[in-house]
Design a protein around this ligand. Structure first.
Ligand SMILES: Nc1ncnc2c1ncn2[C@@H]1O[C@H](COP(=O)(O)OP(=O)(O)OP(=O)(O)O)[C@@H](O)[C@H]1O
Ligand SMILES: [Mg+2]
Length: 250
C-alpha cells in the first residue's frame, strides 16, 4: 500500500444477523486529509469506525490504518488513533483532572508531562473552572469537552471523531471545529469526522463521503460532488444541497 494512505478499506463488510450494516465498502483517506463521513442514521458509519479500530470484526474484506491491520495490531492502532466515540463514558467518581491522569497513565505518559498537558487541554477545552468537579456531575457538553481532551492527551496521528460537536454550545462547537482544523494544519493530523452537521463538515473537510445503506454512494470534494450532480456553473452549492440531492436519488 502507498505510504501516504492512512486509512484504507477493501470490500469491508459487516453483517448483523440478516442485516448488512456495511456492504463491501472500499475507500481511502490520505495523510493530512480531513474526511467528512456523512450518511443517514443507521447508514453504517459507526460500524465502519469500530472495524477500523479493531473493536468489531468484519464479516468480509479488510482495512488498514497507517498500514496496520486493526485486527492483528489493535494495540498499535489504538496508540496512533484518537477515537471520540458517539457516547463518551467516564468514571463518575473521578474529577476531570483524575480522569485525564487515568487516560495518560493508560497511554504510558509520564506524570510530569501529563500534568502540563492536562492543564493545557482543560484550558483549551474551556474546562479549567471545572477541573476538580466530579465527572458524574458534569453536564452533557462538559462531558463531551472532557472526551475531546482525553482523545488529544496521547498526541494521536489520526483522529476518528464520531459526532464531536454534539451537545456543545455554539461557542464550544466553533472552537472545536477550529481546533480540529489547526491540529490538521499544524501537526498534519489526519481526521475522519462522522457528523450530521453539514455546515461544520463543509467548513473543515477536504473531502467527504456519503454512506447510505452500508455503501459509499459519493466521495470527493464538495465542489466535485456538486458538479457531478448539478453541472459546472456560477452557483456555489452548500454541502446540505449536495447531500440532499444524493440522498433523495438513492
Ligand atoms: N451491535 C449491533 N447489533 C446489531 N445491529 C447493529 C449493531 N450495531 C449497529 N447495528 C445496525 O447496523 C446498522 C448501522 O448502524 P451504525 O451505528 O453503524 O449507523 P450510523 O451510520 O453510525 O448511524 P447514526 O448516524 O445514527 O450514528 C443499523 O441498522 C444498526 O441497527
Ligand atoms: Mg453512528
Amino acid at each position: 500500500m502507498e505510504a501516504d494512505r492512512v486509512i484504507e478499506t477493501v470490500s469491508l463488510t459487516k453483517n448483523y444477523d440478516h442485516h448488512r450494516a456495511v456492504n463491501s465498502l472500499s475507500f481511502e483517506i490520505k495523510e493530512g486529509e480531513i474526511f467528512g463521513f456523512l450518511g443517514p442514521n443507521g447508514a453504517g458509519k459507526t460500524t465502519t469506525l469500530l472495524m477500523l479500530l479493531g473493536l468489531s470484526r468484519p464479516s468480509a474484506g479488510y482495512s488498514r490504518v497507517c498500514g496496520l491491520d486493526p485486527l492483528r495490531k489493535a494495540r498499535e492502532v489504538k496508540r496512533l488513533v484518537g477515537y471520540l466515540p458517539e457516547n463518551v463514558g467516564f468514571y463518575a467518581d473521578l474529577n476531570a483532572v483524575e480522569s485525564l491522569e487515568y487516560v495518560a497513565t493508560l497511554n504510558g505518559i509520564k506524570r510530569a508531562e501529563a500534568s502540563a498537558k492536562i492543564h493545557e487541554l482543560l484550558e483549551v477545552m474551556g474546562l479549567s473552572q471545572d477541573a476538580h468537579k466530579k465527572v458524574g456531575a458534569f453536564s452533557r457538553g462538559m462531558r463531551q469537552r472532557l472526551g475531546v481532551a482525553e482523545v488529544l492527551i496521547k498526541d494521536p496521528r489520526v483522529l476518528f471523531l464520531d459526532e464531536p460537536t454534539i451537545g456543545l454550545d455554539p461557542d464550544g462547537a466553533l472552537r472545536l471545529i477550529d481546533l480540529i482544523q489547526s491540529l490538521n494544519r499544524d501537526k498534519n493530523i489526519t481526521v475522519l469526522i462522522a457528523s450530521h452537521n453539514l455546515y461544520q463538515v463543509q467548513k473543515i473537510s477536504h473531502r467527504v463521503g456519503i454512506m447510505i445503506d452500508g455503501k459509499m454512494v459519493a466521495e470527493g470534494s464538495v465542489q466535485s460532488l456538486a458538479e457531478a450532480k448539478f453541472g459546472v456553473g456560477e452557483k456555489e452549492y452548500s454541502l446540505e444541497e449536495v447531500y440532499m440531492k444524493y440522498f433523495r436519488e438513492v
